[in-house]
Write a protein that binds this ligand. Sequence first.
Ligand SMILES: Cc1cc2nc3c(=O)[nH]c(=O)nc-3n(C[C@H](O)[C@H](O)[C@H](O)COP(=O)(O)OP(=O)(O)OC[C@H]3O[C@@H](n4cnc5c(N)ncnc54)[C@H](O)[C@@H]3O)c2cc1C
Length: 291
Amino acid sequence: MLVSEIDIITPQTVNDCLLILSSHETEHRLIAGGTDAVVRMKEGKWRPSTWINIKRLKELRYIKEKNGTIHIGPLTTHTDIIHSPLLQKKANVLVEAAREVGAVQMQNMGTIGGNIGTASPAGDTIPALYVLDATIELQSLNTKRLIPINQFFIGPGRTIMKQNEMITNIIIQPQAENEVGIFQKLGPRKAQSISIVNVAIMLSMAKDRKCLEGKIAFGSVAPTIVRAKKCEALLPLSPLTDDIIENIAKVAWKEVMPITDGRATAEYRRDMASALLKRGLYRLMKRWENK
Ligand SMILES: Cc1cc2nc3c(=O)[nH]c(=O)nc-3n(C[C@H](O)[C@H](O)[C@H](O)COP(=O)(O)OP(=O)(O)OC[C@H]3O[C@@H](n4cnc5c(N)ncnc54)[C@H](O)[C@@H]3O)c2cc1C
């Protein structure tokens, strides 16, 4: 398809965009940074009759604290996230995930809204958003809905978002003083690579290695991101000694349900999910002890 054959509308305000979304009867798709959209357009996978270019909606690019939560605009780029002092201090797991998205060019162009909108089970920011208890704000011309992230995705590339809606805000819970978080990824190459497996971990710690509560979210091991509830249940039972960490990693091997695809076999993914969780927990214990 030639660029001259593509129909693109560029709204200047969010309200204009919502108006277009509500009145547009033919199939349309938003385009933000375009890093996923252009690839899929070239592959012929995404062929809407109209693209709605939202890159100019500067009002959707922000990171701010509000009522004890952190609000992130969907047009916030991965680079914005990496360089945000607020997120470095209060949501470092998301900063670490953003650093793993492709190479610098992808981080400069790609947005968090686009990473969520693509709804890939391998999307790097999504497990981080799960352990930060994110809520996705969806707006249409006349309604606003707040959706907990674990109810937003319904399958690879599929979400509950309607054709007349767009993501207008991502709300996360900031890490408390006694919380430590980490993001771990295995990709086929060092840079520019989609995850074979990734995991985000957030632990709420007490004295020594005692964990009060923990959240573990795996990517690329199921049709959507999944919380490892069986592993999470083991975290507060006893201090996180090396033996306990080994045991939790073994439970993860059984708990994840990956498939074999062009990038890896299911068995390799199980092995790597277990290894990434173990490494992540060891690293978190070090971070906690040095805090
Ligand atoms: C070479 C390469 C390497 C990559 N490496 C990685 C990687 O390591 N990890 C990773 O996670 N991803 C990776 N990606 C994928 C991509 O860069 C990210 O998913 C990026 O965050 C997408 O953001 P975008 O703004 O470019 O989205 P776009 O391509 O503009 O849009 C993607 C989808 O999101 C929808 N969308 C965008 N904004 C909104 C909104 N506000 N409301 C509703 N829907 C919206 C669009 O309609 C579209 O369906 C890579 C891509 C390439 C080309």
